[in-house]
Design a protein around this ligand. Structure first.
Ligand code: ATP
Length: 276
């Protein structure tokens, strides 16, 4: 067992966690996506249940990020159906996905490097802001009250992520692990019900990974947020996930609780044959 896995196990959600998992919130049925001649996803079906941590794993190029991009409307599959909270979404766009409560972080950090931590996280509140520039000019009082309420929410997130000491620091000056934490903060600022995390621990040292694991578990536990996670660190994935879906060359080769997936011969073969 690796250091991160053992540390995370100690922090793992209490046994009651599994009992709090609810009905299906996201249902992907027969999703196929191609880029010209490249088949990124072929006939993929799986669901995500309320309050679970659902991981997507697979070797490089397996189609994991493409799947997240389908979920939040960046890519539109040529085939398949997507149901979010029971409603079919014919053609989702990223801003509509965000408005419906879906937030995500990216494999490569996408923050405003010259802006402070606080201001970066504040950009995550955009969708929640009712006051545009004109309203701001016309209704100064309400606009100011709204701004204060948003700031309070952002400060709550800063406290939760334990980054009070760097709240005024430009993001570009922070070490990589902290930048990833700020990116999580920005996603949380939108108060999502479904959070998509694309390799939140990539490039982190052991200590940073432990911290990130703890925050992911806490977000899931304290805010009740449903999480879809792409992660290459198998120790972490197997320890914190409720269920894992395994992709290989754009096809689904495994799906189930970590213990079951670990024993799946097709999954073992895909991983033994892949360089990570
Ligand atoms: N915008 C795009 N245009 C063309 N091909 C793409 C595009 N996005 C993804 N692909 C292709 O789709 C396939 C799946 O890529 P994807 O990035 O989803 O895999 P992944 O499992 O996330 O890989 P990694 O672990 O390396 O991030 C790859 O062959 C990739 O080259």
């Amino acid at each position: 067992m690796n250091d991160i896995a053992s540390a995370v196990r100690e922090q793992a959600p209490p046994a009651g966690h599994a009992g709090r998992i609810g009905g299906v919130v996201l249902d992907l049925q027969g999703i196929s996506l191609s880029f010209g001649g490249v088949k990124a996803l072929t006939d993929i079906s799986f669901d995500v249940r309320e309050h679970e941590i659902r991981s997507i794993i697979g070797p490089n190029g397996a189609g994991k990020s493409s799947m997240l991009n389908v979920i939040n409307g960046v890519y539109h599959p040529q085939q398949g159906r997507i149901l979010f909270r029971g409603e079919e979404r014919r053609r989702m766009e990223p801003h509509r996905a965000a408005a419906q409560g879906i937030a995500r972080t990216f494999q490569n950090i996408a923050l405003f490097k010259g802006m402070s931590v606080l201001d970066n996280i504040m950009t995550g509140r955009n969708l929640k802001m009712r006051c545009g520039l004109l309203r701001h000019a016309l209704y100064w009082g309400p606009a100011q009250r709204e701004e204060i309420a948003h700031r309070l929410k952002v400060e709550e997130i800063i406290d939760f992520l334990e980054i009070q000491g760097i709240r005024k620091t430009p993001v570009g000056r922070l070490p990589y692990g902290l930048q990833k934490r700020v990116e999580l903060g920005r996603a949380l600022a939108a108060e999502p019900s479904l959070l998509l995390l694309d390799e939140p621990m990539a490039g982190m040292n052991v200590e940073e990974k432990q911290d990130m694991c703890r925050f992911i578990l806490d977000v899931n536990d304290q805010f009740g947020t449903t999480i879809v996670l792409i992660e290459h660190d198998m120790g972490v994935v197997m320890d914190i996930s409720d269920r894992v879906v395994v992709l290989d060359y754009g096809r689904k080769i495994g799906d189930g609780p970590p213990d079951e997936v670990k024993r799946n011969p097709e999954v073992i073969a895909a991983y033994l044959g892949a360089a990570h």
